[in-house]
Design a protein around this ligand. Sequence first.
Ligand code: DX5
Ligand code: ZN
Length: 229
Amino acid sequence: MSALRPALCIAPSILSADFARLAEEVGTVEAGGAEMLHVDVMDGRFVPNLTLGPPVVACLRRATALPLDCHLMVDDPDALLEDFARAGATWLSVHIEACRHLHRTVQRIRALGMRPGVALNPHTPVQSLEPILADLDFVLVMSVNPGFGGQSFLPGVLAKVRWLDLWRREHRAALALEIDGGIGPATIGAARAAGVDWFVAGSAVFGAPDRAAAIAALRTAASTGDVAT
Ligand code: DX5
Ligand code: ZN
């Protein structure tokens, strides 16, 4: 494994948590060994679902020590960047499909003190990101069409992960590769083998009664995809 490769992270998505008991739910995955918390922000326009915004992120910031990985599935992310910075977002991803001036948006995310990433829908070619990959801390490859938890993994997107993994090796870049959608014990090994570092898991973690066991099972299944490099 390259020394530059970011550490494996399991990032439970609170989309599948019980929102009426959010702090308690987050506590179970923090105690269960998760490395970060994935926060799905949906505006009912970019995706056909509505979730939460900066006030909830500010509450989460007080409720957990985990880094907050905020995934903005919104039409106009630029209008929200300052609010997310103030709320305490650690990592912030915007969708390439929603940004007209992506380079400017990425620079603003960093200037506001957050770590920038770009998310790609399943149909979006990864090569369109090449001119700004060096400006990013991570790329989020969607392995379902965004909007809902509990959908089936789309294995075709792993070709994009392989391309990104090759790019970062060639450029000796510490870019982290994240995957989101349909990740569970049956799919995580293939994603790991393709080069993924960070694994978002909603239903596979919050749908399980024992969150520590669910996170451990993901980690074990991911290791089947580890290959010596
Ligand atoms: C989907 C969201 C995901 C979702 C994943 O639009 O971006 O983060 O929570 O859920 P699972 O892991 O159940 O596919
Ligand atoms: Zn997400």
